[in-house]
Each structure stands twice: as structure tokens, then as C-alpha cells.
Design a protein around this ligand. Structure first.
Ligand code: PEP
Ligand code: MN
Length: 340
């Protein structure tokens, strides 16, 4: 249920309404916007008298929210969520480019790639330390030492780092990782999501290979229900009948999610296509469609990459793509005004 307050509601009136609602055993999330303050009520709202609440002096409107996701719902939080990384932000109109190797392979590799992607305008360094590989015989990642090497690259460049967690027991290793990634294969690992909801690092949830928007948003809801509102959604292609590309990039996810949720939306054209030459056109399409950012795999020697070489851009090619992405983003801002 959401309660929209009148513009002239005082702080004291707001506080007493919130404590009254809490006494009815619902959790209240307030979202203070420029025009209105909105109270989002989560829990068993079936016993609340909607007419009684609507009749209160400071209440403008009361609506039941049908969707099963509440915290992630834009109705609860009309303004975009903006995630603060210290050196940059994600969401709310900026364009974030996360880039780096699929897997961390060595200090020289990750530091060199970090320096080059930073020079091209990336604001987050990606790198897998724990890799969910389809084959048990493929490179499984450097594990804990991969995280240490990402930290070295952060030290050298100042770029915050994003890396994938595969299971709960790895959490202590991620204490100093700036964004924790939940991979497509773990999107519905509900125990992992719950644990990530009880810590405060931003969590980027990649869409499961066959997940609907609602299932994906429910995964975000798991994290948010635990108290962590710093959630980012990442579309990375879904499984369809097409085999030419590794997956099928669902660009419609961008405007649809923009409508359904306030969470930032990042697009991964690398895993979506599996081919480096398709990264440029699809990344441009994603920005034109209104994405908050991209996550792109970059490798200094794709032919010898231990993972996902065929979809990785060389640093020089990434530089060309990044320039185009910023140009399209700037142009869109111009033609749309500041609004997306
Ligand atoms: C990755 O980003 O390295 C990765 C494994 O992605 P996904 O979970 O989308 O396959
Ligand atoms: Mn990869």
C-alpha cells in the first residue's frame, strides 16, 4: 500500500502517522520527493482501513500496490535510486561504464586493463575472481587472490571494483569490494540474496537466463527486504531459440524496468552477444534506449584470455566505443532535456 501525503504535511504530523502505522505491524518506507512524500507500507496491510487513512488531514491519496515487489517498485519510490560510489554515482541520469576483464588473470593484466579503461572514461573496474563456468574443466578463476589483485588495480587507478560472489561463505572476501555482483546463475539463490540484504555494499543482480522481469525484481526485493536498498539490475541477455549470438539482448527491459522500478539498469552487451564486434552496436542501442550504464569486457590480449576472449574488446576498440557512448548519452540529454 502507498500513502501519498499532502505537500503541507508537517514533520510532526508525518512522524505521528508513521508511528501509528508501525503500531499496526507494517514497515514504513518514506520517500521524500520534490513534489510529494510517499509512504510505502510493507507487510500485512489487509487489516488497515484504507478509508480511514485516506480521510486523514495530511493524506492526499492511498493506493494498494498489486505487484509483489514493493521496495523495488517505482510506486514506492518515484525518484530514481542513485548509488553513491564515492568517486562517482550510478543512476539518476549519469552514464556509468564498468569495464575490465572477464577474469582476473594476473597483476600485470588487471592493472594494465584498469589503467586503459579508466583513460577511456570507465568509472568502475570489473573482474571475475570466482567464475561460474559451464564446464568444470574450464578456468575457475583465481579465487581470493583475484580479489586481492583487483584491489591492487583499484589502488593504482582509484577505480571502484565490481566482482561476482558465488556463495555465502565468500562474503568476508567481499568486505572491501565496492559492488558485489550476483551472476545470472545465482539470481534466484535466495539464501545468498538474503545475506546480501543484511550488508550495505551495493549489489548488482544479473538477470537469470530465463527470468521474467517480475522474477528479477523479486530477487532485488529479497536484498531490499533485508534493508539494503543499494541494488543495481543488469540485463545480460536471455536464452532464446537463436544460437548465432550467445544470448539475446532484451533492450525492452530498459524502458519496462524504468517504468516498474526506481533501480539503476546496466546493460552487458558482452555476455549478451558473445562476440566482440556486436558490443559496439548493442551498447549504443542500450544508451539510446535509456540505460544507466554498461558493463563491458575488455582484455589486452583477447586471443589468449582465460575466459570469454571472443567477446572481449581490446583497449583501443573499447576507447572508440566509450567515446561513442558518451556522445550518444550527451546527445540524448540534449534532445530530452534533463529528463530521460
Ligand atoms: C560475468 O559477468 O562474468 C558473468 C559470469 O556474467 P553472467 O552471470 O551474466 O553470465
Ligand atoms: Mn565473462
Amino acid at each position: 500500500m502507498i500513502v501519498v501525503l499532502k505537500q503541507n504535511a508537517s514533520h510532526d504530523q508525518l512522524e505521528s502517522l508513521v508511528s501509528w502505522l508501525e503500531s499496526k505491524k507494517v514497515t514504513v518506507h518514506s520517500s521524500v520527493g520534490q513534489a510529494h512524500t510517499i509512504l510505502g507500507l510493507v507487510g500485512d496491510t489487509s487489516k488497515l482501513d484504507i478509508d480511514l487513512i485516506a480521510a486523514l488531514d495530511i493524506v492526499e491519496d492511498v493506493k494498494r500496490v498489486q505487484e509483489p515487489y514493493k521496495n523495488a517498485n517505482r510506486k514506492f519510490h518515484p525518484e530514481d535510486t542513485v548509488i553513491d560510489l564515492g568517486s562517482s554515482t550510478i543512476g539518476g541520469g549519469s552514464l556509468t561504464i564498468m569495464a575490465g576483464p572477464c577474469s582476473v588473470e594476473s597483476e600485470e593484466q588487471v592493472v594494465a586493463i584498469a589503467k586503459s579503461v579508466k583513460a577511456s572514461g570507465a568509472t568502475v573496474l570489473r573482474g571475475g575472481a570466482f567464475k561460474p563456468r559451464t564446464s568444470p574443466y574450464s578456468f575457475q578463476g583465481l579465487g581470493a587472490s583475484g580479489i586481492d589483485l583487483l584491489k591492487v588495480a583499484r589502488e593504482e587507478t582509484g577505480l571502484p571494483i565490481v566482482s561476482e560472489i558465488m556463495e555465502i561463505s565468500q562474503l568476508p572476501l567481499f568486505e572491501d569490494v565496492d559492488i558485489i555482483q550476483v551472476g545470472a546463475r545465482n539470481m534466484q539463490n535466495f539464501d545468498l540474496l538474503k545475506v546480501l540484504g543484511h550488508q550495505s555494499k551495493p549489489v548488482m543482480i544479473k538477470r537469470g537466463l530465463s527470468a521474467t522481469y517480475e522474477e528479477w525484481l523479486m530477487s532485488a526485493e529479497y536484498v531490499m527486504a533485508g534493508g539494503n536498498e543499494n541494488v543495481i539490475l543488469c540485463e545480460r541477455g536471455i536464452r532464446t531459440f537463436e544460437t548465432y549470438t550467445r544470448n539475446t539482448l532484451d533492450l525492452a527491459a530498459i524502458p519496462v524496468l524504468r517504468k516498474l522500478t526506481h533501480l539503476p539498469i546496466i546493460i552487458d552487451p558482452s555476455h549478451a552477444t558473445g562476440k566482440s564486434w556486436l558490443v559496439d552496436p548493442l551498447a549504443l542501442g542500450a544508451v539510446a534506449t535509456g540505460a544507466d550504464g554498461l558493463i563491458i569486457e575488455v582484455h589486452n590480449d583477447p586471443a589468449r584470455a582465460l575466459c570469454d576472449g571472443p567477446q572481449s574488446l581490446k583497449p583501443d576498440d573499447f576507447d572508440v566505443v566509450a567515446k561513442k557512448l558518451f556522445a550518444v548519452h550527451g546527445f540524448l540529454k540534449e534532445i530530452n532535456g534533463e529528463a530521460k
